[in-house]
Design a binder for this molecule. Sequence first.
Ligand code: GDP
Length: 329
Amino acid sequence: MDSTFRRTPKIHLQDLIDGLLSGNRVFLSQSITLVESKRSDDKALSAELIDKIIQRSGKSLRIGITGVPGVGKSTFIEVFGKMLTAKGKKVAVLSIDPSSNRTKGSILGDKTRMDELSRDPNAYIRPSASGSSLGGVASSTREAILLCEAAGYDVILIETVGVGQSETVVKDMVDYFLLLMLAGGGDELQGIKRGIMEMADHILINKADKDNTKAAKRAREDYKNAVHLFPPNDANWVVPVGLCSALEKKGIDEAWKEIEKYVAHSKSNEWFYENRKNQGIKWFHERISARLQSSFYSKPEIKQEIKKREELISSQKISVRKAVDELFS
Ligand code: GDP
């Protein structure tokens, strides 16, 4: 956002909204930058922006995609996205990358990714948001989803690294959660925690090609057996375990067919709508908690009082319970 934007927000905000609703990608990018901004004047503007477009959002299919680094997420998203744009759909790709906050480097963002898809006029790829907290990044990604929907995108892919931090966050903002896995490679679960498998609506074993085909088929049977032991999910959906090769573009159409089946299934039993409603309410409460926390911790007198009590707690002069009670008294 340039400074003229800040000086005359009203006029420019309307331009931004008009551009966004017309599907212009530059305006979409500017809108996402605005909702990611931490500046207080930007926050007021972005609240207004989201408020103005909220009625135009909600119509896409939101798909989360996760898997360990190297499983083939970007290769998969590239061919999956191209398959969807060939079907006439507009596809947006967003990502949540927990590594980018801590190390400034990024597992998802530091290589040239999805080259072909990024040149497709019906695709929009947004580099991962960064921020000081996963919660903050999650919140701006949720708003980015709304903005992409208002800009007319039909399918939103939200990618995250399957290393155990951001999957729950992504699960809470999508309609469908796709887990990419590999066959073989020693440990059967490849560091993917059982909890992540239980969250998945679909397990897809990638790299089912060349010498790896046999092992992939074996892994499919193993995962099918594992999935049967999980408790039934809320959607009352039997999680499919499929094979694909993003490299050889195999199994991609089949994966999409399963997703379409899920959408029909979860709309007919109402879970699709129920889930979105629950997600919205959960997000609301998360934002309330975040707001309470930041307004509490940002008070200078509280900072001082906390510091004092930290020392008292360390030297066992006061109990944690008493220290907290005193802060709120
Ligand atoms: P990401 O870290 O999960 O995004 O994984 P990438 O998409 O960057 O892929 C990691 C490596 O695996 C790259 O060298 C890809 O070419 C390769 N790869 C991705 N998909 C396949 C596949 O289906 N088969 C094979 N054999 N290699 C693949």
